[in-house]
Ligand binder design. Structure first.
Ligand SMILES: Cc1cc2nc3c(=O)[nH]c(=O)nc-3n(C[C@H](O)[C@H](O)[C@H](O)COP(=O)(O)OP(=O)(O)OC[C@H]3O[C@@H](n4cnc5c(N)ncnc54)[C@H](O)[C@@H]3O)c2cc1C
Length: 330
């Protein structure tokens, strides 16, 4: 059996889980094994239906009093979530467990590996089944690909986000059976857990989910300089992000950073303003479908990655785009 962890945060599914499920589906086909999924908390009908389209046979739904006490939504605790997966590993001995290579996916699977002493490979993009699995995985934020051999009764893999197109239509849809169970947790499993949440930008779309991202770099010049980027993002219903230089200088909070040590974005359009396009920045922006670069330097690295470019001063170009948009909208 091949098992995929379906990541949910307060009942909202992380779409990257379906990339993991696509790779899991390929593995199940290579090895003629049934495909199962596991999630923590609850599973909406819509989720169960989507899993059926991938040919998932059984969905294991883990819950625990300790994590949901008083709430309908289950709060996050990495070792506790891992324990739910460990219970299925012990009971059903899957050949592999896959999860999204998100912050949480990687964290939970690292706990699973530590609890079971099983081998784990993070950020895989390809896998060839066999006694040992041959996996291709991304290193250094995607600037290097590495082949690795993974041996073990159960192999643990996470899938690099935005690296595998989600495929469903070639699979035979299944009616998904559900197996609800209560995870047995120890005190140790609850040592790290969410106790409160602080929303940073209430009502605004998050960087990870925005369809348009307006990003600023050193060229913006100051914290105040971001006002024109905010204005453009508001007009487009998008979010504002920045390079490490601007978070380092305190012009934007670290939560807004795009890149290897910040957020990975995947908008339809990334408007990059006064950003040079260092590799560590581009790693976070490579999920963008289109890039519009605004930069005074025609030779800036970002120009070689951009679909569209405006060579010019962002302080003139950005307000001009906003003005044109307002004019066209009447
Ligand atoms: C381990 C490590 C991790 C890192 N992680 C990240 C990360 O997660 N994210 C990240 O962004 N960086 C990261 N960096 C830093 C990265 O290497 C670059 O230093 C950084 O991205 C550069 O930021 P920048 O493009 O804003 O600034 P610069 O490189 O200084 O570029 C500024 C650009 O603005 C242009 N410009 C100037 N004035 C104007 C104007 N008026 N109008 C238009 N254009 C103008 C310039 O031509 C230039 O291209 C990391 C570095 C390391 C070593």
């Amino acid at each position: 059996m091949i098992l995929t962890y379906i990541e949910q945060d307060r009942e909202k599914v992380n779409e990257a889980s379906f990339e993991a499920l696509t790779l899991a589906r390929q593995l199940a086909e290579q090895t003629n094994a049934p495909l199962h999924a596991i999630t923590i908390g609850s599973a909406a009908d819509e989720l169960v239906e989507r899993l059926g389209a991938f040919g998932v046979r059984t969905l294991h739904v883990a819950s625990s009093e300790a994590l949901s006490a008083g709430n309908t939504a289950v709060e996050y605790a990495p070792a506790a979530y891992a324990q739910s997966i460990v219970e299925i590993i012990h009971a059903q001995k899957p050949a592999a467990v896959l999860a999204a290579g998100s912050e949480r996916g990687n964290e939970i699977m690292a706990h699973v590996a530590a609890k079971t002493n099983l081998p784990m490979a993070a950020n895989c993009i390809e896998v060839q089944a066999g006694d040992a699995y041959i996996v291709t995985r991304q290193r250094w934020g995607g600037s290097l690909f590495e082949q690795a051999k993974l041996k073990g009764a159960t192999k643990l893999l996470t899938v690099a986000p935005n690296s595998i197109p989600v495929v469903t239509n070639s699979f035979v849809a299944q009616t998904v059976g559900t197996n609800k169970f209560v995870t047995t947790l120890s005190e140790n499993d609850l040592r790290t857990r969410i106790i409160s949440r602080v929303e940073t930008s209430s009502g605004k779309v998050s960087l990870g989910e925005a369809r348009v991202v307006v990003g600023g770099g050193r060229g913006v010049g100051s914290a105040e300089g971001f006002k024109i980027l905010e204005e453009l993002a508001d007009l487009l219903g998008g979010a504002v992000g920045g390079s490490r230089v601007v978070t380092g200088l305190g012009w934007r909070p670290h939560a807004d950073q795009i890149g290897q040590t910040g957020n990975r974005i995947q908008p339809e359009l990334y408007i990059s303003c006064g950003v040079s396009g260092a590799i560590q920045h581009l790693v976070g922006a490579k999920g963008a479908k289109h890039i519009l670069a605004i930069n005074t330097d025609p030779d800036a690295s970002i120009m070689y990655k951009a679909d569209y470019a405006v060579i010019g001063d962002l302080h003139q170009v950005v307000p001009a785009i906003s003005a044109e948009m307002r004019k066209r909208r009447g």
